[in-house]
Design a protein around this ligand. Structure first.
Ligand SMILES: Cc1ncc(COP(=O)(O)O)c(C=O)c1O
Length: 408
């Protein structure tokens, strides 16, 4: 039918995290005080010097015209300097593509790299957009299951099993959304050794790399890849200011890739969005070049919140929760709540648990199904310790008041 939608959309799921926020927003509209544990964004404002830089860019008329498609030169240089400072690797501006958030950077890469029929290896639990972006361009996500007992880390053996002649790329996220798991140097090195003989891209999403706790030493794949020439030529890093500088709304992310990939992203972006907003680029430039102590302050606050959220969840009847190394998510095993009654039905899966918590405890969260981890629920702790404590107390009441229709 000429007026039908493109067939490629048939296999694509809408973003589950955004769907949950929409439902929570609708409840708030009815005057209900909803605990915002669903969304993946910090509750902080960006540092004041970032906002001042944006105002200055407007006043100095630096923000009203198109910029270079993949970003202004000083921002690309600042990204290279930040990479040197934080990851120990200095790319050149020609490797950098600045995009409308890290999500857009990943989408550019999907269009630039994957052909229909290509396979892209993604460990589960995964950030919801990875497999969907792969499907949109007609490629096939190959999901590698991981175990909670193994810290949700993909093992070298399971990576090896997933790689085939059709593998075009492997996507890693460390620290991870939704599990908060971060890979250590030894684990990354072991994965890279498996990947080395295969002619596939390695895309590493490091958007949460600044948010690690308990003194965990974040080890960038870039540092290891540098020692392994064959991998280094195929490694692509994705990052942005959304999470570490509390700038989700400003929409600035980037990829750091071999030059031929960066050039391809320039073509893709040049025929789609053109440059990311000019004023946001100036704000991101200030974020990367300004004093970095605000980032450390936010990180330290997140660490306390993580302890409050994980401790609180683990104390709830029927809930277990691993302590993650980074990001701002607690990923809890809620299978012990199956069998409780809610809305005249028996709770049977993680989606039911999330709906029960929303209706009965006014806690927004996201069921693990869309992340490839049924039986789990993701709770974001990007909100104050007081709110975390009150939300946990509210969940406790809801669970204790619920009738059990079936044993767990
Ligand atoms: C793992 C991961 N990568 C990328 C993004 C997208 O970030 P941005 O806001 O820069 O598009 C998110 C946002 O939730 C994320 O969790």
């Amino acid at each position: 039918m000429p007026t039908s939608l493109a067939t490629r959309l048939a296999a694509i799921h809408p973003s589950a995290t955004l769907a949950m926020s929409a439902r929570a927003a609708e409840m708030r509209g009815r005057g209900i005080d909803v605990f915002a544990f669903g969304v993946g964004e910090p509750d902080f404002e960006p540092p004041a010097y970032v906002l001042d830089a944006a105002k200055k860019a407007i006043e100095e008329k630096k923000s009203s015209k198109y910029t270079a498609v993949t970003g202004i030169a000083p921002l690309k240089e600042a990204i290279c300097a930040a990479s040197a400072r934080r990851r120990g690797v200095t790319p050149s501006p020609a490797n950098v593509t600045v995009s409308v958030g890290a999500k857009h950077a990943l989408f550019n890469l999907a269009l630039a790299l994957y052909d229909p029929g290509d396979e892209v290896v993604i460990p589960a639990p995964y950030w919801v957009s990875y497999p969907e972006q792969v499907r949109i361009v007609g490629a096939e996500p190959v999901i590698v299951e991981t175990e909670e007992e193994n810290g949700w880390r993909m093992t070298p053996a399971s990576l090896d099993k997933a790689l085939t002649k059709k593998t075009k790329a492997v996507i890693l996220c460390t620290p991870s959304n939704p599990t908060g798991t971060a890979y250590g140097e030894r684990e990354l090195r072991a994965l890279l050794e498996v990947l080395e003989p295969h002619d596939a891209w390695l895309i590493v999403d490091e958007i949460y790399a600044e948010l690690v706790y308990d003194g965990f030493k974040n080890f960038s794949v870039a540092t290891i890849a540098r020692e392994m020439k064959r991998i280094s030529d195929r490694t692509i890093l994705v990052d942005g200011v959304s999470k570490s500088y509390a700038m989700t709304g400003w929409r600035i992310g980037w990829s750091i890739a071999p030059k031929e990939v960066a050039k391809a992203c320039d073509v893709v972006q040049g025929q789609s969005t053109t440059n990311p907003s000019a004023v946001a680029q100036h704000a991101a430039l200030a974020a990367l070049t300004g004093p970095q102590d605000e980032v450390e302050k936010m990180r330290a606050i997140f660490e306390k919140r993580r302890n409050a959220m994980v401790g609180g969840l683990a104390s709830l009847p029927g809930v277990k929760c691993r302590k993650p190394e980074g990001a701002f998510y607690a990923f809890a095993d809620v299978r012990g709540l199956y069998g409780l009654e809610h809305a005249g039905k028996v709770i049977e899966n993680d989606h039911d648990v999330a709906m029960f918590l929303l209706d009965q405890a006014h806690v927004a969260s996201v069921g693990g199904g869309p992340f490839g981890a049924p039986g789990y629920v993701r709770f974001s702790y990007a909100t104050s310790e007081e709110r975390i404590a009150a939300g946990v107390a509210s969940m406790r009441r809801a669970i204790e008041n619920a009738k059990r229709a079936k044993p767990a």
